[in-house]
Design a protein around this ligand. Structure first.
Ligand code: MSP
Length: 662
């Protein structure tokens, strides 16, 4: 067994709600944690919240709140987002917790015992947005060099850490461990920064109160980055008389955005070296999500809210797109259009359609039972494609090449689709002489899909499990080992499970045109305003919330209501209506007869996904012609602000057709 792996995300500031940038780091870390677990490793995954400092104090004041009340509110939103994304870290640390303070004090005491702390005066520029000090020569037009925020002149008594003493030890560290900072371009930046000389670092502030009390001097609070960086070890119990988690998991791998690389690759290892503790195992920096070429940020605007994407298309779709659209390490642009195209191409068309056509063929040609292949070795070309996908994904994910790893799985899906087209199984099915060939084909494609599900499990855990079970896989897909490639994992004779389509195709025109939703997604916080002195804060209501109900139609009596005959119905057939993107033509059984119903639900439902489901229809509605088809009733669906439909169905899917609904 290889040594345990400890992955961390940055701990996020609680001045405002999470956006797509924070989402990205956390999704990537979750994907890596899942991947390494499937590789058989002992993994720990930490995230949390950074709650002290001037930025939070000011944000809270602007809302008339105590800092801790603001933190509580934002932590709830972060936690809710992680859970909506299927992210379950092993621990979530808040810097306002007593266990954190204890650990920070222990770290400080060790550094002090080495003689690396002294008292002096600080006079210089401070950027509250970055919570960072900048020397005179780095400030450009009154703004910080990193992100262009306004800086403030600060003069105060301060305690200093002898960072300058660690210039050589740090350079040695980078030299001895070339992958300490990844990717290499970032490593080079860090080396250049340190080689240019390090000044001692002010690690206390005395001009505001919201922070951990400075251990030696209650007039000061501890500099927020000293406080924050320590979370990576305080969450492991550092400073307690016994810290088995620290023994087992430290040093860890820190996933960070490039904006906070210096803090992680320079200050943090220096603090640890000073304390005589091992420096981190690796600092892995990714690029920025941009909107209109500017960094998406709470203080600069262009904020993209992840919640509407999750609500409308599911966590898996967002997780996949984030990984697939960004070359790890580089910047990328987030656009709604690219989101839709990626979901429709990779997930709905290629993977989703392959899965539904394969399952339908097994159902139609083999009664829903997976046939035994005539030769266990399988079709050589397909086995090769599966092996290449496996090796490609594993190699990619082992080295943070997430995008190219996923591309290898798309290649496998493409090969499986081409295999079907080339061999025309629908023709084989009509020829009894080709029965064994058809068995081979069905088994091979199902097995290829199983392998795709296993490889995609870290990225799209829910859909991967559905797909894996659908083709007859046993147990949990996440329990399958990614240690070694193995063809033939499916058991002949297994029953396939045909359910709703994995990823319904998104109606692009409807989606991009839904101004209300896009407005919410594009919602900016303090765009155009300077974040200093007081960042503006958006209202607490999640932007995913439905608009307030408008004044409705006039009151009706129960007699009026009973005039409407609502019945349960079973969908027997479903197809698209030519020339109408939003419409599906359904044949439903309403208990007493079959009816044709045209429903505007194609934006969220693929026809296949509806067959067999129980829906609710208005059975006594006057027939009406829609796009040339006579609709003999109406299907009930709820719709969100964008008009996206959510069909009404019964709690127990076994409710038969024809029951009265009231
Ligand atoms: N609290 C500090 C981190 C302390 S870690 C000891 C902080 N918090 S933050 O809320 O501003 O989050 C910063 C992190 O969020 C970035 O490092 C990055 O991981 C992520 N992102 C924030 N905006 C981003 C983009 N526009 N694009 C990609 N990731 C970005 O800094």
């Amino acid at each position: 067994m290889t040594r345990p792996i400890y992955f961390t995300t940055p701990i996020y500031y609680v001045n405002d709600a999470p956006h797509i940038g924070h989402t990205y780091t956390t999704v990537v870390t979750d994907v890596l944690a899942r991947f390494h677990r499937m590789r058989g490793r002992d993994v720990r995954f930490l995230t949390g919240s950074d709650e002290h400092g001037q930025k939070i104090e000011r944000a809270a004041a602007a809302r008339g709140l105590e800092p801790l009340a603001l933190a509580d509110e934002m932590v709830a939103r972060y936690r809710a987002l992680w859970s909506a994304l299927g992210i379950a870290p092993d621990d979530f640390i808040r810097t306002t917790e007593p266990r954190h303070r204890k650990g920070v004090e222990a770290l400080y005491a060790k550094i002090k015992a080495r003689g690396d702390i002294y008292k002096d005066r600080y006079a210089g520029w401070y950027c509250t947005s970055c919570e960072s000090f900048y020397p005179e020569n780095q400030v450009v037009d009154g703004r910080c060099p990193d992100q262009g925020h306004k800086v403030e002149w600060t003069e105060e008594e301060s305690y200093f850490f002898r960072l300058s003493k660690y210039q050589e030890p740090l350079l040695n560290l980078y030299r001895e461990r070339p992958d300490f900072v990844f990717p290499e371009t970032r490593r080079n930046e860090v080396v250049a920064f340190v080689a240019a000389g390090l000044k001692d670092l002010s690690i206390s502030r005395s001009s505001f109160r919201w922070g951990l009390p400075f251990p030696d001097d209650p007039k000061h609070v501890l500099y927020v980055w000293f406080d924050a960086l320590s979370n990576y070890i305080t969450a492991l119990g550092y400073g307690a008389p016994k810290a088995p988690l620290y023994e087992r998991y430290w040093p860890g791998i820190h996933l960070v955005g490039k904006d906070i690389l210096r803090f992680h690759a320079v200050y943090w290892p220096a603090f640890l070296l000073a304390a005589g503790e091992p420096p981190p195992r690796q600092i892995v920096a990714h690029g920025w999500w941009l909107r209109d070429a500017a960094k998406i940020s709470k203080s600069k605007g262009g904020v993209v809210d992840p919640l509407p994407f999750i609500r409308d298309f599911g966590a898996d779709a967002l997780r996949y797109v984030l990984l697939r659209e960004m070359v790890f390490g580089q910047d990328a642009s987030f656009s709604d259009e690219a989101f839709v195209d990626r979901v429709n191409t990779d997930l709905a068309n290629d993977l989703g359609n392959l899965a539904s056509r394969t399952l339908k063929m097994i159902e139609d040609y083999r009664g829903g039972v997976l046939p035994a292949p005539s030769d266990g070795a399988g079709d050589a070309a397909l086995v090769e494609a599966a092996r290449a996908a496996w090796d490609g994904l594993v190699e990619g994910f082992e080295s943070y090449a997430l995008q190219s790893g996923l591309q290898r799985v798309s290649d496998l899906v493409g090969a499986l689709n081409r295999h079907i087209v080339q061999h025309e199984p629908w023709k084989m099915a009509r020829d009894p002489g080709q029965a064994r060939g058809l068995d081979d084909l069905l088994y091979a494609v199902a097995e290829g899909l199983r392998i795709a599900a296993v490889l995609l499990a870290p990225v799209i855990p829910t859909a991967a499990q559905t797909l894996y079970a659908a083709v007859g896989g046993d147990g949990e897909v996440s329990a399958v080992s990614l240690a070694a490639f193995h063809w033939g994992g499916l058991r002949p004779g297994a029953r396939i499970v045909r359910g709703p389509s994995l990823f319904p195709r998104i109606d692009k025109a409807a989606f991009l045109g839904s101004a209300a939703v896009n407005e919410q997604r594009m919602e900016t916080t303090d765009k155009g305003k300077d974040p200093v002195p007081a960042p503006a804060i958006t209202p607490a209501a999640p932007s995913a919330a439905a608009p307030p109900p408008a004044a409705g139609p006039a009151e009706i009596t129960i007699d009026d209501f009973t005039k409407i005959e609502l019945r349960t119905a079973k969908v027997l057939e479903a197809e698209r209506v030519a020339g109408a993107d939003r419409l599906l033509k359904l044949t439903v059984d309403i208990g007493t007869e079959k009816r044709t119903i045209v429903a505007g639900i194609a934006a969220r439902y693929a026809p296949d996904a509806l067959v067999g489901r129980t829906v609710v229809v208005v059975a006594n509605l006057k027939p009406a012609k829609l796009r040339g088809v006579v609709s003999q009733g109406m299907l009930l669906a709820a719709s969100d602000a964008s008009g996206a439909p959510y069909i009404l169905t019964t709690e127990d899917p076994g409710v038969p057709a024809g029951w009265r609904v009231k």
